[in-house]
Design a protein around this ligand. Structure first.
Ligand SMILES: *Cc1c(COP(=O)(O)O)cnc(C)c1O
Length: 533
């Protein structure tokens, strides 16, 4: 549905898109014979800013077309009973594997691709029909018959329905066809938040995707009734994966009652080093240097990157941070489980932190229709007004700002309600740049954390919380907040005050992450364990 390739190429919203972008970039670097398919959105996700009055404004940039070359391909998809002629564009220069973006040919059909994650449920299904059904038909129009289909998140599963409809892999009845299809499909699930797993009524699917020709009974056989995109993905795949080890446990528990589901393994996410790791870090740690030289150059590179961020925050947010004091960063989509404002919750502790020199920089954005998320964004901006000089909020979070932040701060903060962060990837970007993580043991962090060496954990997980209900949230939040302050005062601040110790933590962050949390390692695992085991 989205690809985060380059900051200004705005067909991405957040982590899922950036991950897909990194996936295709690494596939290109490793020469994996992979073709990626998405939609050409006319307008991107919101470029969001908090205004003078503290309200949140949305602005949707037009997708630039200078990186696109139109293909000589034409195919049709029926949406809401109407035939929609489509073509596709290839993304040039940024990626070396083919990335094709589907677009309706006629202006009157472009409502489908008008805006990334725009519109209501019916629009969403129309978008997914275009992506899935259109994707399969595009490849046929190009004369390509893939061996393996990777449905990366439920958004793509209509491709499976299309392959069943055309009986690509044979079978006399639906059960046989599904069985034969499964040999050719792998599926990735990305969200342990129940509400994030899309469900649609069979009636809506029949209305929007009528030409697929499935009866309610057939649709239910594949995705249940109502139709769950995740269940459909699990049932059409030979093997499925979660996106971190812990998420594997969560996903297996979450989907254990689904009959005929693929086994769920995990492939931990990674980030593209060429995109996210500053070249100065690689240069500083070049293996032909002695340790003393490496340490000195690493410290120099880190100081330069922090300087660049502080200058940018001064320009963009009018807050002038001190270079000689610790700077902690947090930038996320404003989903409530990520708890952007956890650290702001206790004013007494907060003023102690400010007294010890702590500076906080925030960024983030909420979906334009997410009222609660927008109020989190407003609250962060309000904190910047309330604590001048100590807190900054930077508008318009995008890949460029994400890169600036994850290489410019001293510590990267991550405090989701466990186990709701499937993986998280911004912390990997930070680690690769020598920025230690201070994080709840959720997502990828249990795999990367050596407490006090590569960064710090916030508290210890209580497994009985892992299936918590909303009623428990306030208790969990205050416990985690107390743990956060404790580790900051007792461990992070003393380590920061000791130059030699801090340098060893920066080094360990880079060493721990550069391969294990790179998308090269991730794509290699997809190839070896899922695509061609
Ligand atoms: C890396 C990145 C993300 C994902 O970060 P998480 O830690 O997974 O929340 C989201 N948005 C942008 C712009 C990014 O660069």
């Amino acid at each position: 549905m989205e690809y985060g390739l380059e900051s200004g190429f705005t067909i991405y919203a957040g982590g899922l898109g950036v991950l897909a972008g990194d996936h295709v970039k690494s596939a290109g670097d490793l020469r994996v014979p992979l073709i990626a398919i998405g939609l050409l959105w006319d307008e991107g996700y919101t470029r969001q800013a908090v205004n003078q009055a503290g309200g949140v404004d949305d602005f949707h940039p037009k997708t630039p077309r200078d990186l696109l070359r139109r293909l000589d391909a034409r195919f049709e998809v029926t949406v809401q009973g109407k035939s929609v002629p489509c073509t596709a564009w290839r993304v040039e220069h940024i990626v070396s594997v083919p990335l094709y973006l589907i677009e309706p040919i006629h202006e009157e059909d472009r409502w489908i691709t008008q805006r990334l994650y725009g519109g209501g449920e019916e629009d969403r299904v129309a978008q997914e029909v275009l992506l899935g059904v259109g994707g399969v038909r595009l490849l046929s129009a190009l004369g390509i018959r893939p061996e393996i289909f990777h449905f990366n998140e439920g958004h793509a599963v209509f491709a499976g329905l299309e392959l069943l409809r055309e009986n690509r892999f044979g079978g006399d009845n639906l059960a046989e066809r599904v069985n034969n299809l499964r040999t050719h499909v792998v599926f990735t699930t990305h969200t342990p938040v129940a509400a994030g797993n899309e469900v649609h009524s069979l009636e809506l699917l029949r209305k929007v995707g009528a030409d697929l020709g499935f009866s309610d009974e057939d649709l239910g056989y594949v995705g249940g009734n109502p139709f769950s995109m995740t269940v459909a993905g699990l049932r059409m795949a030979r093997i499925a994966n979660a996106v971190a080890e812990l998420h594997g446990d969560t996903a297996r528990k979450m989907w254990k009652d689904v009959e005929r589901a693929a086994p769920i393994v995990h492939v931990t996410n990674g980030v593209h080093p060429g995109t996210w790791q500053d070249a100065r870090i690689r240069a500083a740690l070049a293996p032909d240097k002695d340790r003393g030289t490496q340490d000195a150059q690493l410290a120099e590179a880190r100081a330069a990157m922090k300087d660049e961020l502080i200058t940018a925050v001064g320009k963009r947010a009018g807050v002038h941070f001190r270079r000689d004091q610790i700077l902690i960063g947090f930038a996320r989509r404003a989903a409530s489980y990520k708890r952007a404002d956890l650290i702001l919750g206790d004013h007494h502790q907060l003023s102690e932190l400010f007294g010890r020199g702590v500076q906080l920089v925030f960024s983030g954005k909420a979906h334009p229709k997410d009222i609660a998320g927008k109020s989190v964004v407003s609250r962060l901006a309000a904190a910047a007004r309330e604590f001048p000089g100590h807190v900054a909020f930077v508008n318009a979070y995008d890949m460029e700002l994400g890169a600036l932040l994850t290489r410019g701060v001293d510590v990267w903060l991550n405090n989701p309600r466990r186990p709701l962060e499937a993986s998280g990837t911004s912390g990997m970007k930070a680690a690769m740049n020598g920025v230690p993580n201070l994080s709840i043991l959720d997502g990828w962090w249990p795999e990367g954390c050596r407490h006090g060496e590569t960064g710090w954990k916030i508290g210890d997980p209580d497994p009985s919380d892992d299936a918590f209900s909303e009623v428990d949230a306030p208790r969990i939040d205050s416990r985690d907040r107390a743990s956060l302050y404790r580790v900051l005062f007792d461990e992070v601040l003393p380590a920061y005050a000791d130059r030699g110790h801090w340098t060893s933590i920066m080094r360990a962050s880079v060493a721990m992450s550069s391969w294990r949390f790179s998308s090269d390692r991730m794509v290699e695992e997809y190839v070896r364990n899922l695509y061609w085991p």
